[in-house]
Design a protein around this ligand. Structure first.
Ligand code: F0G
Length: 455
C-alpha cells in the first residue's frame, strides 16, 4: 500500500504540549471520564472529531478577509450559494450555523407526528431531530454494517429489501423521506455505492418518497466510488459528486467536515415549496436566509473550501492517512471496524475488552484509558452515544466503538504513529482496564455531557 505524502506544506503552526500521566489522571477525573469534557489544552493529539477541526488553506484565510458582514444580502452568501449550486447541483440553498441547524429545519418542514424516517444507520443529532418532531427512525442499512469484521467495499449501502418492506408495512404516505448518509459515520465512515443510490432513488420516486442525503462527508464517499466502483475510476471527484447528488431531492450539510471550515452548514433543496417553508423557519432559528447564523467571512471560507475539497490529491491523502493508521493497528492485531472508512479508525471495544459487559461501557472506558496513556483524545461511539429509547430503556448497539477521528490537513503520519503505539501498548495490558458507570446522565444526546466513575 502506498501512502501519499502530504499534498501541502505547513505555513503556520500551533504548538502542542505533552502532559504527564499524573496530570492526565487528574484531568480525566475532573472531566468525569468523558473525553468531550477535557480542556483541549490538556490534549496532545486531538482525535475527538473531524468536525470543525480542519486546517484552512491560505486561500480560505484570504477569503476570511473579504467578509461582507451585512445583515442582508452579503456578497459572500451569493458566492456560497453559487458554489453549492455548481458543485452539488441543488437549486435552493438555506444557510445554517452547522449541520444540525439544517436537520432541525428539514425535520420541522417534513415530518408529521407518527411518520417513519428510514435511514442507513442512525446519527445522533439527526435521529434526535426526527424524534423531537414526532417521527420514528427506522434503520434500513445492510446487516453487514453492524458487523465490525466483515469487509465490503460499500458497507454503508441501504438494504433495498428492508426499505421496501417498511414501505409495504407502514405505507408510503407515512414516509416523507429517506435519509441517506454518504458516508455513514456510525458504521465506521463506510461509503454508499452509486448503484445503491440510484436504486434508492428509483424505489423512492415510485412511491412518492423524497430522498434526502446527509451529505456531511460526501466528498469522501465520492473518493470511495472512484476507488471501488466499476466504471468510475476515470471520472473526476466533481463528476462523481454531481452524479451522487442527482439521486437526491435535497441534503443537509455539516460544512464542518468536507467543506473544510470550522463552522457552517446548509440545507439544499430542489423543491420551491419546501424551500419557502424552510426559509420561513430559518429566520426563527438561525438568521436571515442570506446568512443563517454564519458570519460573511465564514460563508466565503466555506465557498472556497467547497471547491478545494474536489482536488483529487487532497482527498486521496485524506483517505489514505486514515487508512495508514488503520493498517498499522490491524497489522498489530488490534480489533478495528473493517474496512477502514473515510474519516476515522474505529476500535472494536467489544473485542478489545471482552471481559467487560456492554453495561460496563467498554468504549467509554477505553477512550478514557487512551487519553490517560498518551494524551490522545478519542470519542465513544457505543452504548453511551446510542442513548435510550422512547420507553427510557438503554439502546444496545451492536457496534461498541472508540473513534479515532482524523481532522483534515492537521496531523502528519508521525502523529498517527504515536496514536498507534499508544493503542497497541494498551492492548497488551487490556485485561487491567476496568469499566465505568454513569454518575450524571442528561436526558438527550447524553454522550456530550455525561459524567462517569470507574466501577
Ligand atoms: N450528520 C453527520 C453524519 C455528522 O457526522 C454530524 C456531526 C452531523 C450530521 C451534525 O452536524 O455537528 O455540524 O451539527 N458529526 C460530528 C462528529 C459532531 O463528531 O461526528 P453538526
Amino acid at each position: 500500500m502506498m501512502y501519499p505524502p502530504e499534498p501541502f506544506k505547513i505555513k503556520s503552526v500551533e504548538t502542542i504540549k505533552m502532559t504527564t500521566k499524573e496530570e492526565r489522571a487528574q484531568v480525566l477525573k475532573e472531566a468525569g471520564y468523558n473525553t468531550f469534557l477535557i480542556p483541549s489544552k490538556k490534549v496532545y493529539i486531538d482525535l475527538l472529531t473531524d468536525s470543525g477541526t480542519s486546517a484552512m488553506s491560505d486561500h480560505q484565510w484570504a477569503s476570511m478577509m473579504i467578509g461582507d458582514e451585512a445583515y442582508g444580502g452579503s456578497e459572500n452568501w451569493y458566492h456560497l450559494r453559487d458554489a453549492v449550486q455548481e458543485v452539488y447541483g441543488f437549486e435552493y440553498v438555506v444557510p445554517t450555523h452547522q449541520g444540525r441547524g439544517a436537520e432541525n429545519l428539514l425535520s420541522q418542514i417534513m415530518i408529521k407526528h407518527g411518520d417513519y424516517i428510514p435511514g442507513n444507520m442512525y446519527f445522533t443529532t439527526t435521529r434526535t431531530h426526527i424524534e423531537l418532531n414526532g417521527g420514528k427512525f427506522v434503520d434500513v442499512i445492510i446487516d453487514e454494517a453492524h458487523q465490525p469484521e466483515i469487509e465490503l467495499p460499500f458497507k454503508g449501502n441501504v438494504d433495498l429489501k428492508k426499505y421496501q418492506n417498511l414501505i409495504d408495512e407502514v405505507g408510503a404516505n407515512r414516509i416523507p423521506y429517506i435519509c441517506v448518509g454518504v458516508t455513514v459515520n456510525m458504521a465506521g465512515g463506510q461509503p454508499v455505492s452509486m448503484e445503491n443510490l440510484r436504486k434508492v432513488k428509483e424505489i423512492s420516486e415510485k412511491n412518492g418518497i423524497k430522498v434526502m442525503f446527509d451529505a456531511t462527508r460526501c466528498v469522501e464517499n465520492a473518493y470511495f466510488i472512484k476507488e471501488r466502483e466499476p466504471g468510475y475510476g476515470d471520472k473526476s471527484i466533481a463528476e462523481i459528486l454531481k452524479e451522487m447528488m442527482s439521486y437526491a431531492d435535497g441534503c443537509t450539510m455539516s460544512g464542518k467536515k468536507d467543506c473544510l471550515v470550522n463552522i457552517g452548514g446548509f440545507l439544499a433543496l430542489r423543491d420551491q415549496d419546501l424551500y419557502e417553508k424552510a426559509t420561513s423557519l430559518v429566520v426563527v432559528y438561525e438568521g436571515m436566509p442570506t446568512y443563517g447564523g454564519m458570519a460573511g467571512r465564514d460563508m466565503e471560507a466555506m465557498a472556497t473550501g467547497i471547491y478545494e475539497s474536489l482536488d483529487f490529491h487532497y482527498i486521496e491523502h485524506r483517505i489514505k492517512q486514515v487508512r495508514y493508521l488503520g493498517d498499522k493497528l490491524d497489522e498489530a492485531g488490534i480489533p478495528i471496524i473493517k474496512p477502514v472508512g473515510g474519516h476515522a479508525v474505529f476500535l472494536d471495544a467489544k473485542r478489545f475488552l471482552p471481559h467487560l459487559s456492554q453495561d460496563e461501557l467498554p468504549a467509554q472506558a477505553l477512550s478514557a484509558e487512551i487519553y490517560l496513556d498518551s494524551g490522545v483524545r478519542s470519542m465513544e461511539r457505543g452504548i453511551v452515544s446510542a442513548g435510550r429509547d422512547e420507553k427510557g430503556r438503554n439502546r444496545y448497539p451492536k457496534l461498541e466503538t472508540v473513534r479515532l477521528t482524523i481532522p483534515r490537513r492537521v496531523y502528519t503520519y508521525s502523529h498517527m504513529d504515536v496514536v498507534a503505539d499508544s493503542v497497541i501498548s494498551l492492548f497488551d495490558k487490556r485485561n487491567s482496564i476496568k469499566g465505568l458507570e454513569f454518575v450524571y446522565e442528561p436526558p438527550v444526546l447524553r454522550f456530550f455531557t455525561a459524567r462517569f466513575k470507574p466501577i
